[in-house]
Design a binder for this molecule. Sequence first.
Ligand code: ZN
Ligand code: FE
Length: 254
Amino acid sequence: MLTVTPIPAFSDNYIWALHDARAAVLVDPGDAAPCMEFLQAHSLALVAILVTHHHGDHVGGVCELAARYRPAVHAPARERIRCATDGVGGGDTVVIDALGLQFEVIDTPGHTLGHVAYYGGGRLFCGDTLFACGCGRLFEGTPEIMTESLNKLAQLPDDTLIFCAHEYTISNIRFAKTVDGANPALLEREMRDQAARRRGLPTLPATLALEKATNPFLRCGEPALIQAVESRLKRPPRDAVEVFATLRQAKDVF
Ligand code: ZN
Ligand code: FE
């Protein structure tokens, strides 16, 4: 049976491990040490690594793990990822025979320009593009580019499980309340996710349905968010991209 386990790394990263009793896939292993510990503790062979983008907290452990386990290393072709064995881009399929897994690669530029997400088996591994109740910072892309990427992800089935790479949910919710504070789904989510964190549990995965109901960056066409942006700009926003850009900027300095 396939299990998905978060391996905590650094202060707030999750390295997702998909595994059965024998083999494992790791998503964005930014640090090799906790991964090796996990693989050894469960006697797992590392058969593949999936990389979403080039930032150090996502790729820092790749070469050490690759040297030791010789997995296939799937990584965005448009970014330079050391020790990658397979460059992937939107529309490609990644097959992991040992675990019977298949992922569709989705181009999700914005946080970085070559960022990709992996979608398969009802799960989305989206790195730093879509977060629980938030989204990644625009280090390389524009609001237009990120909006397009998020719109693409929003079209996946509502029951898609979102596995992002950071535990940012509580602070994301705190920001969301400043722009969408009357949203009952958001307040309900806050209660539930705060309870999870109090018990030391991850708030992930979230469902896409919950993101669509509570994530301000997926709700740029909703009257409440348009109004929040209008009161900041002191004029009506031109379009959903300007709503997104204004929210993202506000979150950057929140
Ligand atoms: Zn990043
Ligand atoms: Fe990151």
